[in-house]
Design a binder for this molecule. Structure first.
Ligand code: NAP
Length: 251
């Protein structure tokens, strides 16, 4: 249980869902974890409490990833608390499913600002804290970037953009000892997917019918792969898009 011993990790959007699970799994492997959240302080504090009750180390830090000043503060607070950074997980993300006729500048920009610009700001800040030793970046993307659902055009475009960033930066970081990979979850049961109306819907049933492993995912399914990618077990893996989706093959 020491795959990430003494590593320092920031997990964005870790007050709920997939991010919360990644934060807990990282801490269980010995990492000092920064639990970032946008508005849900109570949920973030609960994640920190679970971690510390189990003997781990974590702090909660508020910050909207789409705001550069918040990102600067998030990384400053990380440095003040732990002195360094080894792992960045760009997990914070939103999904708005709406017919193309309803897409507005506001809904378009909100998704691109949080899902794409946020990770760009965070990666820029991480590079400064990684320093010469290098580091590790995991982008939580989506199967939706590969196999878009109807009414998900803009959301899918944000995740396809994030995957392009993963691949481009894996090359840009050549010689810097920085690994960067995308995880592409299928449908995962979280607060977000419940609120979006996916869980229990006909769409979920259709997706599960096209999933060889026959079920919707749980946040732990993603967290375990994030631990692998963050650890030395994945020392020769970079620039990859790794589907964690029960083998889903279409909609
Ligand atoms: P979720 O349950 O809705 O949780 C979202 C998390 O992101 C919360 O902690 C939220 O914090 C945070 N967040 C939202 N906007 C933020 C912002 N501007 N700055 C900082 N944090 C912000 O989401 P989820 O379902 O776990 O999804 C997590 C990631 O996985 C997303 O990138 C999503 O696209 C991706 N994904 C999810 C699924 C799925 O089926 N669930 C499938 C594929 C990919 P607050 O609570 O404080 O707002």
């Amino acid at each position: 249980m020491n795959k990430l011993k003494n590593k320092v990790a920031i997990v964005t959007g870790a007050s709920k869902g997939i991010g919360a699970s990644i934060a807990k799994y990282f801490a269980a492997e010995g990492a000092n974890v920064v639990v970032n959240y946008a508005t849900s302080k109570e949920d973030a504090d609960k994640v920190v409490k679970v971690i510390t009750d189990n003997g781990g180390t974590a702090i909660a830090v508020q910050g909207d990833v789409a705001k550069e000043a918040d990102i600067t503060r998030l990384f400053e607070e990380t440095k003040n608390a732990f002195g360094a950074l080894d792992i960045l997980v760009n997990n914070a993300g939103i999904y708005t499913y709406e017919p193309i006729e309803q897409v507005s500048e506001k809904t378009f920009l909100r998704q691109f600002n949080i899902n794409v610009l946020g990770p760009v700001f965070a990666i820029q800040a991480a590079l400064k804290l990684f320093g010469d030793k290098g580091g590790n970046i995991i982008n939580i993307s989506s199967e939706a970037g590969k196999t878009p659902l109807p009414t998900g055009s803009v959301y899918s475009a944000t995740k396809a953009a994030l995957d392009a960033i993963t691949i481009s930066l894996s090359k840009e970081f050549s010689g810097k000892n920085i690994r960067i990979n995308s995880i592409l979850p299928g449908v995962v049961e979280t607060e977000g997917s419940h609120n979006a109306g996916f869980i229990g819907s006909d769409i979920e049933k259709k997706l599960v019918a096209n999933t060889p492993l026959g079920r919707t995912g749980q946040p732990e399914d993603i967290a375990k792969v994030a631990v692998f990618l963050a650890s030395d077990d994945a020392a020769w893996i970079t620039g990859e898009k790794i589907s964690v989706s029960g083998g889903i093959y279409g909609v």
